[in-house]
Design a protein around this ligand. Structure first.
Ligand code: FAD
Length: 448
């Protein structure tokens, strides 16, 4: 949806810079999840270094005239009734709202007094970007019941990412994990760990990055207090398994952006600010699922006994079968399974992510705009055009040939691409539009 500033979409710029991988591991199990059949224009994992993603997004911001400052750490904040004062780079500034997207150790979260409950770390792992003298497969995983686990992954540019955990570093007291995590992870420790786990260090050399990892799972007690909001790792941390953290953080931002814009412009109903459709109500459950999913992967990856090995064989076998289980796992890991359930009685499409359906001229995703709703008019006579406004675009189209969409004639899509309302007729539609777009609206829309 997002334009990059040079006429292309950010998604297309990222695609050009990354490499597409149609199948990927779950919990580093040997059998891979297949993304090829998922209902998305992007049925693959995009392997791209995070600094590239950050660069592309920074360029898109600058193209919109949004300044990006480095070296200006936030060191204080104050809230008044109608503003936030924030001290950044030693200078106090004032703003209507503040979004703390400042990572796991968020200064904003602390200064705003938001708790960060969850589980303490109980293992210490390692991660490194290196070169190897010996060739390896695209992905390779090594388990040694007595010594631990190590995985290798080829990144763009022939860098190899290696990550793992030694068996002796599992089940540690949290204080020990924290103390050792503060110490640098050395190249000597890396080679020693690889020899212990794999029987060889594969001729590892030229480390570009060496770090320790751990597995605390936490999420912010509140995503909002007054005019201060949290997004990304500031709101949730977990074992970096399954490649989900950045994706979930970006989805936080996409969920928040249009709601906050509506609030700033005075057109957000209360339910969009603090109610059932608010940022916190919709995104905190997603963080709960994220933390639970990575905990499950942690247990699968790091249980070094015969039971752990049997569990890995069992799960890998389910994935190899490629049926509904494997598909559900791929949907969850990719984020495509995220849905924001509607009220009782709502049409089953309500709250689901709209697929990239073909419309008359363009596809749904290319019609979406960050500041307005999209009303899909599937009536034979195109009778919904009168419901368009500066906040609602209307597009007519043939009824999609999909089972779940067969009976709908009116579908209201939110700016972030989720179904706000779906119904077999226009009955209740004007009321539903008002419930999403009028600030003084109180009733919950019917689902049709
Ligand atoms: C080894 C590893 C592998 C991973 N692999 C994947 C993957 O494959 N896919 C995936 O989706 N996720 C992955 N993740 C997770 C992903 O990196 C994070 O979820 C993501 O970086 C979170 O983004 P963020 O912007 O919320 O926080 P961060 O990336 O931590 O960014 C926070 C920013 O805030 C700045 N900041 C911090 N404090 C202050 C302050 N006081 N004032 C001003 N600025 C401040 C920081 O400098 C930083 O620029 C991985 C993580 C690790 C550790």
């Amino acid at each position: 949806m997002l334009g990059s500033g040079d006429g292309r979409r950010v998604a297309d710029v990222l695609l050009a810079r990354g490499s597409q991988v149609p199948d990927t591991h779950f919990a580093t199990l040997p059998d891979h999840l297949d993304y090829r059949d998922l209902d998305t224009p992007f049925p693959f994992v995009l392997r791209i270094p995070q600094w590239q993603t950050e660069l592309v997004l920074t360029e898109a911001l600058r193209a919109r005239g949004v300044p990006v400052h480095y070296d200006s750490a936030v060191t204080g904040l104050e809230q008044t009734g109608d503003a936030v004062r924030v001290r950044a780079g030693g200078v106090w500034r004032s703003a209507g709202y503040l979004i703390g997207a400042d990572g796991a150790h968020s200064a904003v979260r602390r200064a705003a007094g938001i708790d960060f409950p969850g589980t303490a770390p109980d293992h210490l792992g390692f991660v490194a970007d290196v070169q190897l003298a010996e060739p390896i497969e695209d992905y390779s995983h090594h388990w040694n019941q007595d010594a631990g686990h190590a995985s290798f992954l080829v990144l763009p540019g022939d860098t190899i990412r290696v990550f793992g955990v030694r068996a002796a570093d599992v089940g540690l007291p949290a204080e020990e994990v924290r103390r050792r995590q503060a110490e640098p992870f050395t190249f000597a420790e890396l080679t020693e760990s690889l020899v212990a786990i794999c029987g060889t260090d594969f001729g590892v050399h030229s480390p570009a990055w060496l770090a320790r990892t751990s597995n605390s799972g936490r999420r912010a007690a509140a995503y909002r207090t007054g005019r201060v909001l949290l997004a990304g790792d500031a709101a949730h941390v977990h074992l970096p398994a399954g490649g989900q953290g950045l994706n979930v953080g970006v989805q936080d931002a996409v969920n928040l952006a249009w709601k906050l814009a509506a609030e700033v412009h005075g057109r957000a109903p209360e339910r969009l600010i603090t109610g059932d459709a608010g940022y916190q109500a919709e995104r905190r459950p997603v963080a709960d699922q994220l933390v639970a999913s990575t905990r499950a992967q942690d247990a699968l990856m790091h249980t070094f006994n015969p039971g752990g090995a049997a569990l890995r064989d069992l799960f890998s076998g389910f994935i190899a079968e490629g049926g509904e289980f494997a598909r559900e796992m791929a949907l969850r890991l990719s984020g495509l399974a995220v849905a924001y359930p509607g009220p009782d009685g709502a049409h089953p499409l309500t709250g689901t992510r709209v697929p990239d359906l073909s419309l008359t001229r363009r596809t749904v995703h290319r019609e979406l705009r960050p500041d307005r709703f999209l009303l899909l008019d599937f009536t034979a006579e195109g009778s919904l055009s009168g419901l368009g406004s500066e906040y609602v675009d209307v597009r007519t189209a043939a009824v999609p040939r999909r089972e779940a969409w067969r009976d709908v004639r009116a579908v209201l899509v939110r700016p972030d691409g989720y179904v706000a309302h779906a119904a077999p007729s226009a009955a209740g539609l004007a009321e539903a539009i008002a419930a999403w777009t009028e600030p003084d609206h109180r009733a919950v829309p019917s689902g049709g």
